[in-house]
Design a protein around this ligand. Structure first.
Ligand code: COI
Length: 347
């Protein structure tokens, strides 16, 4: 791998206390090309615009997918990744579904570790601070035949991050639009899954919601996920989350929270959740919490939701499970406690 370091870092120009998620990037990035059936020209270079032909297939057919992962710094200035193997495996799964070549594991980790070494100062210690890492792959071949491409680019860019949302978050349970269908690409981190959400999300935002809770595309009766996060519902003293499927992303934070909940003795059920069950629980004052989970959002309490013409606010409760689970997760991520699961990996 070639390494071309920046001459002068831009880190001094960054206000780390006021980061707008995903809008500031570190000094370096990784790029690698897939040409003639081989990954070639792996290099780390300064973060900068790249040149892509207007006929690159990604622009026309959306052949692209990505990952979201995080690095954390502990109080002794050591850097840790959280379950990075799971991210690697998921980008391979997404790539396969989108007919893209598999990126080699060793090169994935070599480039990632080199980037984290070069841009280490960009990872700030302190709870809430992290480095959001965005590996992605797209079809770069410059012909617009509507078939899978023969050429691709794999890249990694990194953005220092703190919180994804600020303020209260309300969600709308969607009844008309769908995020993903059976047999589709909902389980993959396909770029197009996100583009397809923007229009319905604008409509929801105009009604006072930040996000949509997607329901199954055939009946709209079952809860799926929220697009940037998986969902957990606390009804009474039971925690419920939907099982993963071909239309729901297999969230790494989601499966970590399921494991932590079980080990805390929380009564957790992974099963289909009917919209009517949530509405009934809310009406009986039995819906105690809704929260989302994801790499970017970590664990995000939801303060209310809308369904058709109803708007429901959740009660404020003492010692919510969302905060408890977030703390347990953060304790592992930031090397505050032991990691009995082997999730925390030294960068
Ligand atoms: C992540 O949590 O990494 C996601 O993929 C959500 C992102 C679209 C902000």
């Amino acid at each position: 791998m070639k390494v071309n370091k920046i001459k002068v870092s831009k880190i001094d120009q960054i206000d780390f206390d006021n980061l707008d998620f995903g809008s500031v990037f570190t000094d370096h990035m990784f790029t690698c090309d897939y040409i003639n059936g081989e990954w070639v020209d792996a290099q780390i270079c300064p973060y900068e615009p790249i040149t892509i032909s207007p006929s690159a297939r990604v622009f026309h057919y959306g052949q692209a997918c990505f990952e979201g992962m995080k690095a954390f710094k502990d109080n002794n200035n050591k850097t840790w990744l959280f379950r990075p193997n799971d991210n690697y495996e998921r980008i391979i799964k997404s790539s396969v579904r989108l007919a893209m070549p598999e990126f080699p594991k060793e090169l994935f980790f070599d480039s990632l570790n080199k980037l984290l070494e070069l841009d280490n100062n960009w990872i700030k210690p302190g709870l809430g601070n992290s480095l959001y890492i965005r590996p992605f792959i797209f079809a770069s071949e410059d012909t617009i035949n509507a078939t899978e491409a023969n050429e691709y680019k794999f890249m990694i860019i990194c953005a220092p991050a703190n919180s994804y949302y600020s303020g209260d978050v309300r969600v709308k349970i969607e009844k008309s639009f769908s995020r993903a269908a059976k047999g589709g690409v909902g389980y993959a981190k396909a770029a197009g899954n996100y583009a397809a959400q923007f229009y319905p999300t604008i409509l929801a935002r105009n009604q006072g919601y930040q996000q949509i809770i997607w329901t199954d595309s055939s009946t709209h009766e079952y809860i799926e996920e929220a697009g940037t996060m998986n969902l957990f519902f606390r009804i009474g003293d039971k925690l419920i989350t939907a099982p993963t499927s071909d239309s729901i992303l297999d969230g790494i934070t989601r499966k970590s929270l399921i494991k932590i909940s079980k080990d805390l003795g929380i009564d957790i059920e992974v099963r289909p959740i009917k919209v009517s069950e949530i509405l009934n629980a809310a009406k009986q004052n039995n819906l105690k919490e809704i929260f989302g989970s994801g790499t970017a959002v970590v664990v995000l309490p939801i303060s209310g939701f809308g369904y058709e013409n109803e708007k429901i606010e959740l009660p404020t409760i003492e010692n919510p499970w969302s905060l408890l689970l977030k703390k347990k997760l953060n304790d592992i991520q930031y090397n505050i406690t032991e990691d009995p699961y082997g999730w925390r990996i030294k960068a």
